[in-house]
Design a protein around this ligand. Structure first.
Ligand code: ARG
Length: 629
């Protein structure tokens, strides 16, 4: 069967048929949707309200699983009496076991047996079965939690965007982590995603770099690691250029300006050197990004905004009232009316600025992206230090009249974030990303070595240590609201206790090992990719703890949707921690070892589903879940 013939969990066909055309629902992918529809049906029939209106009124509450507030419907009569009447008309069914009327509220309790069966089967078929799409090699792509909401829509996510020859700083690291997550998130919601890296790859610094290259250039080093090599050259030449003695520094600056002028004028030789720096820097970036499990579709950058488009934007801008020529000759966009200050958009000497390129680049992207179809949305993941810059250039685009930049319907969004404080190695030196990643890896490697028996089982310990280290860095970054600053805290981040990355990996590894051991020592084998779930008797799962756990698994698709609304990685991280805490508290209630075979298998299946969902959460966060460590 192909994904097209996907009918959802086998158990779904044994249940009363549900309408499949209600907006925002997808009963094959999201188990809770069936229950919400069942509640809406009861509300609709007992109170005579529209089914869709009833559906959106189904919310979470403190009592039961879902709550409906009756006053919402503005019906004639007393809300308390109306809810009593609705409760009196309730008949338990496959989806709902009971309803309690308390004042104007209706509290619904889901049928646990159906909840458990439907949820676990859905997790399974969406992860290993026909509900999961396949890649070119035919491997299933776990997709429980995904939805089709964004089908046919295009988004550009611009993130990372470092500057060549300058340090890759904490702001770039956060942008990389958050931007890669958001790209995954949009994909999980069925959007077409194009990932852009907008490099700082043009400007006078390349003039300085060229002068420095003549003095201290080392071709071999450049080939090996352009990012660090060019930074060294840049630091050294800047030092020389700041020397006052004999006008030495001034001379260097003059030379640099001349070189950059040559670049601007299209001089072949100057451009060839610049191109080499750019290409080799990108090559090195790709390596570091790969290590972080991040890939880009487009390496754009300030250099890629064409002169033509800059001129076009400037000409267009000059026709607007908010743009004025200053006495000193600079061109100014006056945004003070909007509390956005004034922004220079063309220097006195006619050269464009950072903001000018951003304006022209946005228009260029709308014309060129997605085979000329343009974007439905474009997100810029940039530190909150640049809030004003982003607000200014969004405003300018709006005032220029671009339909896609109009306030109410704007397709542009700035995703900002706070700072990382104290990001330096443990020895205290401020550093490059590489050093940070190396140090986390080495530290994790040490921890792993301490357990010799386990260590011997790990196939590629170095890479595993690297992944755990990366998980530590990423989880620390995404654990709280984006806008918060946080301290780069080595000992906390690398600990296996508390809400840390290593703790999440540890839980995933434990789930994997339980399954391995059950197979090796008790010959318990779970279904992998087939749909034959009849060998698992889920009626045996009835513990209240197990129900809580399954309810949380059932909420995973909702969590993915919630993150789409708030664009907060912490929504996903918080879910992952809730899940691991609940799993930890379930080991003793859901013993596998020493149990009768059917029971052991059913419980093992619950843990397998937990592993699948935890794995999905980690992957969504751009983290590779580990099987051993
Ligand atoms: N390269 C810039 C910097 O490091 C960030 C670019 C952000 N993106 C943009 N379209 N302006 O500060």
């Amino acid at each position: 069967p192909s994904p097209a013939s996907f009918n959802g969990a086998p158990y779904l066909s044994e249940l009363p048929a549900m309408p499949t055309d209600l907006p925002g629902t997808d009963i094959k992918r999201a188990p809770l949707d069936s229950f919400r529809i069942a509640i809406a049906q009861h509300v609709s029939s007992s109170l005579g309200v529209d089914l869709n209106a009833a559906l959106v009124a189904v919310g979470t509450g403190k009592i039961g699983d879902y709550t409906v507030a009756v006053p919402r419907f503005k019906l004639p009569g007393k809300p308390n009496e109306i809810s009593e009447k609705a409760a009196a008309a309730f008949q338990p069914n496959e989806f709902l076991s009971k309803v309690e009327a308390k004042g104007p509220f209706l509290h619904y309790f889901l049928n646990s047996k159906t909840l458990i069966k439907l949820t676990l089967q859905t997790v399974h078929v969406m992860t290993h079965g026909y509900g999961a799409p396949r890649d070119e090699q035919g491997n299933t792509q776990p997709s429980y939690g995904t939805n089709r909401d964004g089908e046919g829509k295009n988004i550009i996510v611009e993130f990372s965007s470092p500057n060549i020859a300058k340090p890759f700083h904490a702001g770039h690291l956060r942008s990389t982590i958050i931007g890669a997550f958001l790209s995954n998130l949009y994909k999980a919601n069925a959007w077409n995603v194009a990932k852009y890296n907008y490099l700082g790859d043009w400007g006078k610094q390349f003039g300085l770099l060229a002068v420095g290259w003549k003095l201290f250039g080392d071709e071999q080093k450049l080939q090996e690691d352009a990012v660090n090599t060019l930074f060294d050259v840049y630091v050294r030449i800047n030092k020389l250029a700041s020397e006052e003695e004999d006008g030495k520094g001034e001379k260097i600056h003059d030379e640099a300006r001349q070189f950059f002028k040559k670049m601007e004028d299209g001089d072949k030789e100057a451009l060839a050197l610049w191109q080499k720096f750019r290409d080799l820097s990108i090559k090195k970036y790709i390596e570091v990004y790969d290590r972080l499990n991040v890939q880009f579709d487009v390496y754009s950058g300030e250099s890629q905004v064409t002169k033509e488009n800059i001129v076009k934007s400037l000409d267009q801008l000059k026709t607007h009232d908010f743009v004025t020529r200053e006495d000193n000759g600079a061109l100014l966009a006056d945004l003070s009316k909007y509390k956005l200050e004034k922004a220079v958009i063309e220097r006195r000497d006619g050269t464009p600025l950072y903001i000018t390129r951003d304006i022209a680049e946005a228009a260029q992207r709308f014309d060129k992206s997605f085979d000329g179809n343009g974007f439905d949305k474009m997100i810029y993941v940039v530190a909150s230090q640049q809030d004003l810059h982003l607000a200014q250039f969004f405003k300018v685009l709006e005032l220029m009249g671009y339909e896609w930049a109009q306030k109410e319907t704007s397709r542009l969004q700035h995703i900002n974030f706070g700072m990382i404080l104290g990001m330096s190695t443990r020895k205290g030196t401020v550093v490059f990303l590489d050093n940070i990643l190396d140090e986390t890896r080495d530290k994790m490697h040490e921890v792993m070595r301490a357990n010799e028996a386990k260590y011997a089982q790990v196939e590629n310990p170095e890479r595993t240590a690297d992944i755990v280290g990366m998980t530590a860095v990423k989880i620390q970054d995404m654990a709280s609201k984006r806008i918060n600053n946080y301290n780069f805290d080595w000992s906390r981040m690398l600990s296996f206790e508390g809400d840390t990355g290593p703790y999440l990996q540890y839980n995933h590894v434990r789930l994997c090992s339980v399954e391995r051991k059950a197979k090796e020592s008790d010959n318990l084998e779970l279904p992998t990719s087939d749909l034959d779930l009849s060998s698992i008797n889920l009626d045996l799962i009835a513990e209240p703890k197990a129900r809580d756990l399954v309810m949380l698994l059932a909420q995973w698709p909702d969590t993915v949707k919630a993150a789409m609304k708030d664009h907060q990685p912490s929504t996903i991280v918080t879910y992952a921690f809730r899940l691991t805490h609940l799993i930890s508290s379930c080991w003793e209630f859901l013993l596998v070892k020493g149990q009768e075979k059917d029971l052991a298998l059913a419980r093992l299946f619950v843990f397998r589903c937990c592993k699948d969902v935890l794995g999905s959460a980690l992957r969504l966060l751009t983290i590779t879940p580990l099987d051993r460590m």
